[in-house]
Design a protein around this ligand. Structure first.
Ligand SMILES: [Zn+2]
Length: 116
């Protein structure tokens, strides 16, 4: 499962305008190539790559109870749930949500195919 990231808009939000700031087009090309390679290699081995909608709140949603935060700053590296008290690494939390959403989408697809 991968998140269908809009790298261009992510970088646009950055306030770093120095020469060290990576070019948006280079980042977009890098992500496109990563996705292309991943899809190619997965298909080659009989697997599938499922892309999660870029608007799915993978970072803001608690992977433990499902509560979704209104805001989560990029500098907040630890996800803390105000509902259930879960506290975990931001990226681990997002990865669990992306995995769960991918499994859900695959299940929906199977049901649709079975329904025909
Ligand atoms: Zn929670």
């Amino acid at each position: 499962m991968i998140e269908d990231l809009n790298v261009t808009s992510m970088v646009k939000k950055s306030r770093d305008t120095t020469a060290r700031a990576p070019s948006r087009s280079i980042l977009d090309a890098g992500f496109y190539e990563l996705r292309r390679q991943l899809t190619y290699k997965a298909n080659d081995r009989g697997h599938r790559v499922v892309a999660i909608d870029r608007f799915y709140p993978s970072s803001k949603k608690c992977s433990h109870c499902g509560e979704t935060k209104a805001k989560l700053a990029l500098r907040d590296r630890v996800f803390e749930c105000s509902n259930c008290g879960a506290r975990l690494n931001r990226d681990v939390n997002a990865a669990r949500n992306i995995h769960r959403e991918g499994v859900r989408l695959l299940g929906k697809e199977t049901l649709t195919v079975a329904g025909h």
